[in-house]
Design a binder for this molecule. Structure first.
Ligand code: NAX
Length: 328
């Protein structure tokens, strides 16, 4: 067996947490030979603590062979102690009539204090995946409040958008998901995201030869962008199992490598593609193994793609400006 990996999940008693914990404990991220210790953070109130206690009873009852220990806490310093992989899920959901900027300011302080705690107690090579929305900007806040950690420790989740785009394309072309490569989603995890199929291939054939532009513009783009709302409408709750599955995929590939395949990760920009340095933006990435990733460089971008990319960058700049006071 490999050494035990310490894994933190914040908001562990929530909707996504409930779907995430059991898969991590079963070995879906770190593999069948790596034991895990779960360090679960929740809010300091009776309901959250009781609910987390119930989830822990179920973890216990699952008798996972790889699960060595479960720690529950309301203290971020304890939750992030020596953590090597942190899923930052816990945050306030967007309420009815709440503007995106209100959500930013409501959730920003959570990521400010969790960034500070990561800075103090996490493993120096920790991989942080921010899921809680608005995830790109929350990752930006956490990163800025953890100056002793490399910015490359921080990422935000756009893998759900990526997976949704792949699934739509597979269904439209009648080909299996595994035959699709080269798809990526640029920008912000919001309606402004840019799912890009311009270099995507399906079983070796260019995707743009298999689907027409009208389908791409009029069906694919809005369906992928508005999928979250469609699920809330259908289920009465926001996506949880698919979000957890995407978080698993993201961390799995980051930790183990993506076998040369392009995956979408929102990571701090190195200035590539005209994205201002430091902006946490969805990019095509290849995970090279050993916990490293690279932004794939110099891919051609179509004129309409450039306009979409510029629009989503502008939105990110605005969001990052809104929270500037939390990043000093
Ligand atoms: P829930 O409201 O079910 O769960 C959130 C949990 O976080 C609750 O148990 C709450 O007590 C806890 N929490 C809140 N503040 C906390 C804090 N400061 N420290 C520790 N725990 C805290 O939401 P859920 O459906 O699980 O969604 C969680 C987040 O994921 C939301 O912000 C949501 O918007 C975001 N999502 C992000 C997605 C993405 O693709 N990036 C997709 C799915 C999801 O919408």
């Amino acid at each position: 067996l490999n050494p035990t990996v310490r894994v933190t999940i914040t908001g562990a008693a929530g909707n996504i947490g409930y779907a995430l914990l059991f898969r991590i404990a079963s070995g879906a991220v770190f593999g069948p030979n790596t034991p895990v210790q779960l360090q679960l953070l929740e809010r300091d109130n009776e309901q959250s603590k009781a609910s987390l206690n119930g989830v822990c009873m179920e973890l216990f009852d699952s008798a996972f062979p790889l699960l060595t220990r479960v720690i529950t806490t309301t203290d971020p310093l304890e939750a992030f102690e020596k953590t090597q992989a942190a899923f930052l899920v816990g945050s306030m959901p967007r309420g009815p009539g709440m503007a995106r900027s209100d959500l930013l300011l409501a959730n920003g302080p959570i990521f400010q204090s969790q960034g500070e705690a990561l800075d103090q107690t996490a493993d120096r090579n920790v991989k942080v995946l921010v899921v809680g929305n608005p995830c790109n900007t929350n990752a930006y806040i956490a990163m800025h409040n953890a100056p002793s950690l490399s910015p490359k420790c921080f990422s935000a989740m756009m893998r759900l958008d990526h997976n949704r785009a792949v699934a739509q394309l597979a269904q439209k072309t009648g080909r299996p998901v595994c035959s699709i490569s080269g798809l990526k989603v640029w920008g912000n995890h919001s309606n402004s995201m840019y799912p890009d199929i311009s270099q995507c291939t399906i079983a070796g054939v260019k995707a743009t030869e298999l689907v027409d532009e009208a389908w791409y513009n009029d069906y694919f783009l809005p369906t992928v962008a508005k999928r979250g709302s469609a699920i809330i409408k259908a289920r009465g709750k926001s996506s949880a199992a698919s979000a957890a599955s995407a978080a698993i995929d993201h961390m799995h590939d980051w930790w183990n490598g993506s076998n040369g395949r392009i995956v979408t990760m929102a990571v701090p920009s190195d200035g590539s593609y005209g994205v201002p340095e430091g902006l946490v933006c969805g990019f095509p990435c290849i995970c090279t193994g050993g916990g490293e990733y690279e932004i794939v460089k110099d891919l051609p971008i179509t004129a309409s793609g450039r306009a979409r990319l510029d629009a989503t960058i502008a939105e990110l700049v605005k969001e990052h400006d809104t929270v500037a006071q939390l990043c000093e």
